[in-house]
Design a binder for this molecule. Sequence first.
Ligand SMILES: [Zn+2]
Ligand SMILES: [Zn+2]
Length: 252
Amino acid sequence: MAICPTCNAADISNEQRICSHCARDYARQLDILRRHMDVLQLVIRREVHFGERGHGGRAAFARLGIDEHAEDVGRDVEYLLVSIARDSGLCPLPWPRLIRSFLINIRQVTAADGAAYYFGEVVRANTRIERLTDRPPRLRRLIGVCPTCESLAYAAKEDSWIVCKGCNALLNVAQLRTDARRKLEGFHTTQTPSGAARYAAKETGIDVTRDDVNNWIRSGRITAPKLENGYREFPILRLLELAERKTDFKQE
Ligand SMILES: [Zn+2]
Ligand SMILES: [Zn+2]
């Protein structure tokens, strides 16, 4: 049985280039792309406006009423979709019908030579569009580290695939989360409470104070055995979990 180039699972069925699990995710990403492209059209025509990008200057050069940067992204996506159609032996149509055709003929799309590559490109396209349309930005949490370049990887609650900011690799959120937790299980850091706060803040990007850490110790939410000179042994995983929960609390 062949190995899936996307997730390394050994369950590719006949004629397919990626496993059934990745095929399902590919279809889901195409569906997300269809919705993203709808929103992107509005951004291109400036019918909706999502926050700031760059400062000043733009108005003098931009064509009236058109967001040229969003238009470029839209053009790249259309080009990508036509490439997928060609690779899958499907008729190139205008993008809304083309994505629908991919979803109807998903087995043909996932059987194409470039299926694994194009799956990654669709996730990348979704990430690019999200950067233009995601306002206010969704809460993204540290979920792990890219196995290729060791950049910290962040994901929103509903993300199942993300693109590494460091090396552009396609990363599976569930896999990354499991790997990260497994690695951190049992690891400790020797810190004072304020050192632990700085450590957690650095790792999660969340503002953590010494008072937070002292509260966690006092309330028994973290067990950090006392050493000498005000130092304690903090379990790393728990420390990061509590830091992340802090933003949950703020969001609600
Ligand atoms: Zn797979
Ligand atoms: Zn990376």
